[in-house]
Design a protein around this ligand. Structure first.
Ligand code: NIG
Ligand code: FE
Length: 415
């Protein structure tokens, strides 16, 4: 199948080759081509150029010719942190927070993650698959072209495996790449409240061997934060996961300066995610590492907690990434263009910085940099075509409305 998109007003995110995630001040530049064409062969970006030289495709027989006059093409978003397998929404906690309770207080009362876990226990694998699949399709419609999905609402051997099997099934039907992350250490179940060590033993010695045997996960996550898992517990779990080939990607520094960044970097985490609370100490540690600093601004928006200090992290020359954290408790949306709006409006990132963080750096945060996240020959043609627009600043500017006209997945319009 040969697809040509011609007359593109501006093609954004061109990278001739991959040579590392984008750090610091470089986040504010992006390669573009005006009055461009893009050639896609069998779902892969084959070539691009300007309309002044069309020799490369003049004699090709095209399956599909798309005229993008006045429109922009950007790489699809890479959403590197989601929890889209869940049984039920949690709007009653949303109202509880309006009435004054905090996220931690709700969790301490058996709500929050434990609430989702109780509901997930009652749901069948098929039910979970169907609802997650429809969420995933909506994410793709909104421009996501690769995604990570976590377990973590099971919190028992059977239910964690159930969630991971759902993710494995999603991988088989999904038109976009999926990475699966095991998050058995998302919360301590009530029955282990006074015996945390026993639950950690269950994670390390029962869950990990079984999920490794079925090849159900690519990464291991721990919610390392106050009221959840300590850095010492996190270290234990991550080291054990590594023996099964699972690299760390962890929740860190959402609720305080709780040592998550330190233990993540120590264990060579691919990413440390959240980072609402960081200081120069964390910035220095991240600077001296290959760990991606992933920010999830819709969680800060939805919970009313401080936003990550993106400007300080850019000044510290860190590699920054943006993701949705789509989950029923702290971010019930996977609409990445709104994540860009929050990054710009509340974290003072420029639209270009936000776009780089949500595309190519997202790909690095999932080790998918060789197949998505930019306009590069040989990568998947997972692309967003905007409506008529002058430039990409309009994407975060139009915060209530998507500027997306079409999402192309492997060169085909996703319906
Ligand atoms: O990333 N922080 C931990 N986990 C999720 C929230 C999960 C939930 O409340 O259901 C998060 O915000
Ligand atoms: Fe999360």
């Amino acid at each position: 199948m040969t697809v040509l998109i011609k007359n593109i007003k501006t093609l954004y995110g061109i990278r001739e080759q991959e040579n590392g995630a984008i750090r610091g001040k470089s986040l504010n530049s992006i390669n573009t081509l005006n009055d461009a064409w893009l050639l896609i062969i069998d779902g892969i970006i084959a070539d691009y150029g300007t309309m002044s030289n069309t020799d490369a495709w003049q004699n090709l027989s095209l399956t599909n010719l798309i005229d993008a006059s006045g429109k922009l093409i950007i790489p699809c978003f890479v959403d590197s942190h989601t929890h889209i397998v869940f049984a039920k929404t949690r709007e009653s906690e949303f109202v509880d927070r309006i009435n004054g309770l905090t996220y931690e207080e709700i969790a301490a009362n058996g709500g929050g993650i434990l609430n989702s876990s109780a509901k997930l226990h009652l749901s069948s694998e098929d039910e979970l698959f169907n609802t997650a699949w429809s969420r995933l399709k909506k994410c793709i419609k909104n421009g996501t072209g690769a995604i990570e999905i976590k377990s973590g609402y099971g919190l028992s051997v059977e239910d964690e495996l159930k969630m991971l099997r759902v993710i494995k099934r999603l991988k088989t039907v999904s038109p976009i790449p999926i990475k699966a992350t095991f998050l058995g250490a998302h919360a301590i179940p009530l029955i282990y409240k006074n015996n945390r060590a026993e639950y950690i033993h269950l994670i390390c010695d029962e869950m990990l061997p079984l999920l490794a045997k079925e090849e159900l996960a690519d990464y291991c996550d721990v919610f390392c934060d106050s009221g959840f898992f300590t850095p010492e517990e996190t270290d234990l779990i991550l080291k054990k996961a590594k023996t099964f080939g699972l690299k760390p990607k962890i929740h860190a520094n959402e609720l305080g300066l709780t040592g998550g960044v330190q233990v993540g970097v120590l264990n060579e985490a691919i990413s440390v995610d959240h980072l609402e609370h960081t200081s120069k100490i964390e910035h220095d540690i991240l600077y001296n590492s290959n760990t991606m600093a992933t920010m999830l601004p819709s969680t800060a928006f939805f919970l009313g907690i401080p936003y990550p200090d993106a400007r300080a992290m850019i000044n510290a020359d860190l590699a920054l990434c943006l993701a949705s954290d789509y989950n029923p408790g702290s971010s019930p949306s996977g609409r990445m263009s709104f994540i860009l709006s929050l990054a710009c409006i509340r974290m003072k990132m420029t639209p270009t910085e936000a776009l780089n963080a949500a595309t190519i750096n997202g790909a690095y945060a999932l080790e998918l940099e060789n197949i998505c996240g930019s306009i590069t020959k040989g990568k998947l043609a997972n692309l967003i075509m905007t409506q008529s627009a002058e430039n990409i600043d309009l994407i975060p500017y139009n915060f209530g409305e998507d500027l997306i006209e079409h999402v192309f997945i492997k060169g085909e319009i996703f319906e």
